[in-house]
Design a protein around this ligand. Structure first.
Ligand code: ADP
Length: 791
């Protein structure tokens, strides 16, 4: 699975950075320093390093940068005497550039992470290639004499073939373009093949050089050595100062006994080491990490429930249920003086419905610091709990990073997108997370890297997920689920007027201008420029209007104090409307039905297309259907066969046609039984040539005998139908008890038709001349009809 990331960019001149590499970087250009600052402030130190095609370009744009780069994490920063900074950077993984944005003061890239696939059948071939690289490299190192011995030893000790390949490429003096070729090859096999070619060519050059150098070699070696010794002298002085500082820091920092002793031991070790060695760097980084963590430093808890309620209300429109549950939770915390070991609250709902922002309000109302941990795409236990220090380039996991960032031992930590974690051979992150959340265990949480007990019991954990079903079950048992379902048009309008517009005006420096967006303008934005359960793109569109207006004001001399944006103006500013195709305004068609589904972005209209062609009884499905969905198709077929006579179909019709069921937008996996009646309707329509009403949508599971069973997510589905302009929604009779969940303003525009049987569905959904007469005959599951069943 590939994750898309948006991160600041540092362009590299004359160098290519690889995953697994840990090296100093000198950052001097103002745009790069700005990128560095953003990375440290907002992205946990993560940046995208892209090599410049032409090193001389001072402000490179998209055409001047290679499009495969390295996602890296910035660690230690040292200010140099001249404005520039020296940072220690660790390469994390390859990334493919998707798009590059100029940004305000630095470049921002949209990238996807690239991971080599693991193909076991290639193992022997890879091993052979690695061996060849290894031999060539040893020979090269010996001959060129440019690589220090420790480094050679270190490189040869790398076991991971991918990392080995990259590190060799980084150290054999290749040209930037050649290194980039290695970086750009994601798959290991072609990468190693290219490396073998390059290293063997280097070897030839080195051999020629050696012959030419002949006896001259000794002298040049001596000079090289003197130069490095001088440079080292200065560094050693600097290092001594740093050591004195470090000793002071360890002495003054208040630490638990265990941690203090550990640091003192590590510090003694550090003093004995060659300051320039890689090992010293490792120890030093460890000490810095332990010192940078908050140890028993707490922010004072505000436990006034009334005040908390006011903050939640002030910062959010609606969301009554969620707010109530949060307040109850806080009340329990108060009664138990923060020792309440209840479950962890998990806010579940589509993007943009206010999950993150509610969590921030919780922090705000309790006076705690807020940190967000993004779990999307995490698949390695070590990302949660860190790597052991023996591992090259080891670092603590996300929990420790979050604590460092918050600077307190009792922050609110938001575990964002816990449903997007996955699992692979490197261990299951969700079980690591369970330990973190378990009150029995989290008083002594141990990160593999820090390797000291850390008390997490005062942390207030909250979680979010888009999809309830995707949360790992053991984790779900620890969570108290609070569902946020998405907003109606009226909700959105209120949120826009009360929150989004004022905030965007403020953020775009237009607060003291009297700019208003009319209600009509906002409704246009909601209907024609966004299609979502939350309000994220709505906020973006409002932001776009604000920015465009700001620009116009700056470019005209005439200063106006009052600006009113109406619908017409909004359309002019934003250009072509994006969503105009109201299904309700489309024609009725044969075999095309509006189903309803709940996806990661909330409720949505899901079209079902069924075609019946002369053939031999073949049934095909396309559009990424899960097993359950395929069973629904078969159940629908059984129903239609049982109904053949009443539908005027030949008794053996199914042997004479091929049926194709297709769900457009094939990239989205679809499963679940709730499309049953939609499939059935599509099938009947395709076979009988009665068109399906375009202004009707439906959801319901179907049994072999055509009974319609209840489904989940009624509220979200009906809101989605409403958003799409549908007038009639067919739903299972058994779902009647959920009708109260549907907001009134949606209810009043939509006719709900409750059904118990597919026959009723068809009467309402098909364009029929006389629906009353349709399907009058009883179902035939009788012996004389099929010859086998006794009914
Ligand atoms: P999520 O975390 O669910 O994806 P966010 O919390 O990021 O969504 O919300 C997106 C934006 O919409 C934020 O700016 C948030 O403040 C705003 N927003 C969402 N719901 C509400 C609401 N009920 N009241 C006010 N603002 C809201």
């Amino acid at each position: 699975m590939s994750t898309t990331r948006t991160l600041p960019v540092i362009p590299l001149r004359g160098m290519v950075f690889f995953p697994g590499m840990v090296a100093p970087l000198f950052v001097g250009r103002p745009r790069s320093t700005a990128a560095l600052q953003t990375a440290r402030r907002d992205h946990d130190g993560q940046v995208i390093l892209l090599a410049q095609i032409n090193a001389r370009e001072n402000e490179p744009g998209v055409a001047d940068l290679y499009d495969v780069g390295c996602l890296a994490r910035v660690d230690r920063i040292a200010q140099m005497p001249d404005e520039s900074v020296k940072v220690t950077v660790e390469g994390i993984c390859r990334v493919q550039l998707q798009s590059l944005d100029e940004g305000d003061d630095h470049l921002v890239a949209n990238v996807i992470e690239l991971q080599p696939s693991t193909d076991e059948s290639l193992e022997a071939e890879l091993a052979a290639l690695v061996k060849r690289v290894r031999q060539a490299f040893e020979q090269f190192a010996e001959m060129s004499r440019r690589i220090p011995v420790q480094k050679i030893a270190h490189l040869l000790s790398i076991e991971d073939p991918s990392q080995f390949c990259d590190m060799v490429a980084a150290n054999i003096g290749l040209k930037v373009g050649e290194r980039q070729q290695i970086l750009a090859k994601v798959e290991l096999l072609p990468r190693l093949i290219r490396l073998v070619e390059l290293i063997e060519a280097e070897l030839e050059v080195a051999q020629v050089e050696q012959r030419i150098r002949g006896t001259g070699r000794r002298r040049s070696e001596v000079t090289a050595e003197t130069v490095t010794t001088n440079a080292q002298g200065e560094d050693v002085d600097e290092f001594k100062n740093e050591m004195a500082e470090l000793a002071r820091a360890i002495e003054t920092k208040s630490l638990p006994q265990e941690a203090k002793e550990r640091l003192e031991r590590e510090f003694r070790k550090l003093k004995m080491m060659n300051p320039m060695s890689a090992e010293a760097g490792v120890v030093r980084t460890y000490i810095d990490w332990v010192l940078s963590l908050p140890w028993g430093e707490f922010s004072e808890d505000k436990l006034d429930i009334k005040a908390a309620q006011k903050i939640l209300d002030d910062e959010h429109y609606g969301l009554e249920k969620a707010k109530e549950r949060i307040l109850e939770y806080l009340a329990v915390q108060r009664l138990t003086k923060g020792q309440g070991k209840g479950p962890i609250m998990c806010l579940v709902g589509p993007p943009g419905v206010g999950k993150t922002s509610l969590a921030k309000s919780v922090a705000h109302s309790t006076g705690r610091k807020f940190v967000r941990i993004s779990l999307g795409g995490v698949r390695d236990e070590a990302e949660i709990r860190g790597h052991r220090r023996t591992y090259v380039g080891a670092l603590p996991g996300k929990i420790i990073h979050a604590l460092k960032k918050s600077g307190t031992s009792n922050p609110v930590i938001l575990l964002d997108e816990i449903d997007k974690m996955s699992m692979d051979f490197r261990g299951d992150p969700s079980s690591a997370l369970l330990e973190v959340l378990d009150p029995e265990q989290n008083e002594a949480f141990v990160d593999h890297y820090i390797d000291l007990d850390y008390d997490l019991s005062k942390v207030l954990f909250l979680a979010t997920a888009n999809f309830l079903q995707a949360i790992p079950i053991p984790l779900k048992d620890r969570l108290e689920i609070i569902e946020l379902d998405g907003y109606t048009e009226l909700d959105k309008l209120q949120i826009a007027q009360q929150y989004l517009v004022p905030r965007q005006l403020r953020d775009n420096g237009l607060a003291d201008l009297k700019m208003t967006l009319t209600e009509e303008a906002l409704t246009t934005l909601i209907r024609s420029y966004t299609r979502e359960a939350g309000v994220r793109s709505l906020e973006r569109q409002i932001g776009a209007i604000c920015r465009k207006t700001a620009r116009e004001i700056l470019s005209t001399k005439r200063k106006r104090k009052r600006i009113k944006i109406d619908a017409k103006r909004a359309k002019k500013l934003l250009g072509v409307e994006r969503f105009t195709d109201k299904p309700s305004e489309q024609e009725d068609r044969v075999g095309i039905v509006n189903g309803l589904a709940v996806t990661a972005v909330g409720g949505d209209l899901l079209h079902v297309e069924v075609a019946a062609l002369p053939g031999k009884g073949k049934l095909t499905f396309t559009g990424k259907l899960g097993d359950v969905m395929q069973e629904s198709v078969q159940a629908a077929m059984s129903y239609v066969r049982a109904r053949a006579a009443a539908l005027d179909l030949d008794r053996t019709f199914y042997e004479q046609v091929d049926v194709h069921v297709h769900f457009p937008e094939g990239a989205v996996p679809k499963d679940g039984p709730s499309a049953g009646i939609a499939i059935c309707t599509g099938l009947v329509s395709a076979l009988t040539r009665f068109a399906v009403r375009a202004d009707v949508a439906m959801t319901g599971e179907v049994t072999l005998r055509g009974r319609v069973l209840a489904i989940g997510g009624l509220k979200q589905k009906v809101i989605a139908a409403h958003r799409a302009g549908i007038r009639t929604v067919i739903v299972p009779q058994d779902n009647q008890r959920h009708v109260d969940d549907i907001p009134d303003e949606v209810r009043k525009d939509i006719e709900l038709v409750f059904v118990e049987h597919v026959d009723d569905v068809l009467r309402h959904a098909l364009r029929l001349d006389s629906p009353e007469d349709f399907l009058k005959q009883p179902m035939t599951f009788s012996r004389d009809y099929l010859g086998i069943y006794a009914h």
